[in-house]
Design a protein around this ligand. Structure first.
Ligand code: ZN
Length: 149
């Protein structure tokens, strides 16, 4: 367990200090802002869609390590996925961070399994899901910025 915890910390810290796809897209199909007032996390998600496929996804913003690491890992997982697949991955991720699934049943989530630990800290679940709610909201064509409150 302590080994797993170390791996968890290393991956989160790595994604926090070197977030992947941390940039604005040149001509995004859609974008969405998200805000988590409980922690102060702010994120903007950029999506480039080709038919029903996510051709590119990136993010910018500032927040705690969990929110940044989750957004960074999310952009890696969602690239080249269809909108339907993105909805399924979001569902798996949400079940995992709210402690409703066994982390071993979440292999499609890649590095994201390291965030299963947040299920023990309900206030951090909002940090981990902020960027996801923003992406899903954008994919569903919603206009209003996302707030976790
Ligand atoms: Zn946070």
């Amino acid at each position: 367990m302590s080994e797993l915890r170390e791996l968890y910390q290393e991956l989160v810290l790595d994604h926090n200090s070197k977030p992947r796809n941390f940039r604005e897209l040149d001509s995004p199909t859609t974008s969405m802002e998200g805000y988590n007032p409980l922690c102060g996390d702010r994120v903007t998600i950029y999506l480039k869609l080709s038919n029903d496929q996510i051709e590119d996804v990136s993010f910018q913003g500032q927040g705690c390590a969990i929110s940044r690491a989750s957004a960074s890992m999310m952009t890696q997982v969602l690239k080249n996925k269809t909108i339907e697949e993105a909805e399924q991955i979001f569902h798996s991720f949400h079940e995992m961070v709210t402690g409703k699934t066994d982390p071993e049943d979440t292999q499609d989530l890649g590095d994201l399994f390291v965030l299963s630990g947040v299920s023990e800290f309900p206030s951090r679940v909002k940090c981990a899901t902020l960027s996801w709610h923003s992406v899903i909201s954008a994919l569903r064509g919603q206009q209003a910025p996302v707030s976790t409150e």
